[in-house]
Design a protein. Structure first.
Length: 136
């Protein structure tokens, strides 16, 4: 077997696979980072929705969230982002949990390996914080 045939049979597919991992893998990593940031932002927006009645009734205790307002704020944050995202939001009086899934990401080189598309997801939780928090 000649050196050219060896290159064509062994090294070329390996180089194509490596190129696919670099190009498509980079795109997936960028999408994962964006989705995680959206989940964190939505959770933060929800955690800002404090229940004013609870804050007035018990000013010496931790302020509770308004669960419906928190879910609505987080959902609105996601709704104004890029199309194709799906999200679930759950809030109670203590925290907001957000799960965001990306639109399908079309693969370019990894199609050769049968991987046509990938979806990535991000999760975040946030709790309300008010006043000054001491590090001691």
């Amino acid at each position: 077997m000649s050196l050219t045939a060896l290159f064509a049979v062994v090294l070329l597919p390996a180089l194509l696979a490596l190129t696919g991992l670099v190009a498509d893998g980079g795109e997936v990593l960028v999408a994962r980072r964006e989705v995680q940031g959206l989940a964190e932002g939505a959770a933060h927006a929800g955690a800002a929705q404090l229940d004013p009645a609870s804050a007035r009734a018990t000013p010496d205790q931790a302020t509770a969230l308004g669960p419906q307002a928190a879910e609505l704020a987080a959902a609105r944050y996601i709704a104004v982002q890029e199309t194709g995202l799906s999200a679930t939001v759950h809030a109670d009086t203590r925290q907001v949990a957000v799960h965001v899934t990306s639109r399908p990401i079309q693969m370019t080189f990894l199609r050769l390996a049968g991987i046509m598309q990938v979806q990535v997801a991000g999760d975040a939780t946030a709790e309300p914080r008010t006043g000054v928090v001491s590090g001691r």
